[in-house]
Design a protein around this ligand. Structure first.
Ligand code: ADP
Ligand code: GN1
Ligand code: MG
Length: 372
């Protein structure tokens, strides 16, 4: 393995001499390695194996990331930003100038500069940090609101389309390939009871009441990098940046950042949504996105939080029923444990929903001139 990683990194136009590498294990999809160089004046690197059974067209995926990062970089340069290399991802080309290489047919790798002196959080620990993370994602949307040219590629078709996710769920129920349905009756019921209600964003979109724009679609809190003093640096993990609804970005960040427990917490007592963190994130997101958010988009934000806890439960349970073919798992019933934790989070959001709506309405009135 060691030689493979070192051999691979040398297929890219890196500066400096490789010292060592270490896997970063936080993600469920790609394999990520930190590559350290010997020289202190040369960058360290992130090497990633792209999961191409999920991202089917790696050329299109990388093309999106090049367009998005180039656009953000140009805007930061216009603002005379001093630390551009910490404020946006820098992809490193392969020696043949492509934005990825193949170690063997079907094994795709890419490299980017490691953003130095950065760290991320899996959960938000204070309202202030929640505000900053919200602002980071709101500003990310604002930076991309005027991306010129043709639409970005859909790197995963119907990725956040709950109607499609529910279809996949029904198909899993019908085929029951590893005989697990009898174990999950209660979870199936919780999902089915809410199915109609949860299709609201798709319906509003079809009716032309919610605009489509460029969204990140994987706004886990650990996809925001902070500096040593906890100032925002940038948003990373750009694989799923594509056209969609802002509910994706707000919803998934609330799902991950405001949970008092872990995404897969075995102790359901620990899982709930922290309303103070919700408020901090909402204030930050609406502040950062004030230049582009419409009243309809803002009004749907509290619902989006419920939708994303729900959608994640549907996705984890579908994978459990299908025999764990999508997400990496770390124990035999991991996807079931994840499902239960996401449903518990959803119930906590349902209990606090009136307060969430009140917060968003109040914040929007303060921050957005056009909010009615
Ligand atoms: P995944 O899709 O598996 O979540 P990410 O691209 O988010 O992969 O990378 C996983 C982790 O690696 C991030 O949460 C972050 O801590 C770290 N990381 C990734 N890219 C960079 C980078 N360019 N600079 C610094 N840290 C990074
Ligand atoms: C996956 O691997 P990561 O953390 O970037 C998934 C997200 C899920 C998340 C759940 C491409 O993201 O959609 O919300 O796991 N990414 C993909 O933790 O499916
Ligand atoms: Mg990530």
């Amino acid at each position: 393995m060691e030689t493979n990683i070192i051999t691979l990194i040398h297929q890219f136009a890196i500066e400096g001499t490789c010292l060592d590498f270490e896997p970063i294990k936080s993600g469920h999809i790609n394999d990520t390695y930190l590559i350290r160089t010997i020289e202190s004046d040369k960058p360290d690197y992130i090497l990633q194996k792209i999961n191409n059974s999920i991202f089917l067209n790696v050329a299109e995926l990388q093309n999106n990331i090049v367009r998005v990062t180039s656009h953000i970089r140009a805007k930061l340069a216009l603002e005379n930003s001093s630390n551009i290399d910490q404020r946006v991802i820098t992809l490193v080309p392969a020696k043949d100038e492509a934005w990825y290489c193949q170690s063997s047919p079907g094994s795709f790798w890419r490299v980017m500069k490691f953003i130095k002196d950065s760290h991320s959080y899996d959960q938000l620990s204070s309202q202030e940090l929640a505000f900053k993370a919200g602002k980071a994602f709101g500003e990310f949307g604002a930076l991309l609101a005027d991306l010129p040219g043709k639409p970005l590629y859909d790197t995963i078709k119907d990725f956040h389309n709950i109607e499609w996710r529910l279809q996949q769920f029904s198909e899993a129920l019908k085929s029951n390939p590893v005989n697990r349905i009898s174990m999950v009756g209660e979870e199936i019921k919780s999902i089915q009871e809410r199915a109609d209600e949860m299709c609201l964003v798709q319906k509003l979109g079809r009716e032309g009441k919610l605009p489509k724009r460029i969204v990140h679609c994987d706004t886990k809190i650990n996809n925001v990098l902070f500096d040593k003093s906890d100032n925002i640096l940038c948003v990373i993990d750009l694989d799923t940046v594509m056209t969609g609804y802002v509910s994706s970005d707000f919803g998934d960040a609330i799902r991950t950042g405001t949970n008092t427990g872990a995404e897969d917490d075995p102790d359901l007592e620990k899982v709930s949504m922290n309303l103070e963190l919700f408020q901090g994130f909402a204030e930050g997101y609406i502040t950062g996105g004030a230049s582009f958010l419409t009243t309809a988009e803002i009004s749907i934000l509290p619902f989006s939080a419920k939708l994303f806890a729900y959608m994640q439960a549907v996705r984890f349970l579908t994978d459990f029923i299908n025999g764990d073919t999508y997400y990496k798992i770390h124990s035999p019933y991991h996807n079931l444990q994840r499902t239960k934790a996401q449903l518990k989070l959803l119930f906590s959001m349902e209990d606090q929903y009136p307060a969430m709506c009140e917060i968003v309405n109040k914040v929007a009135k303060e921050k957005c001139m056009n909010y009615a």
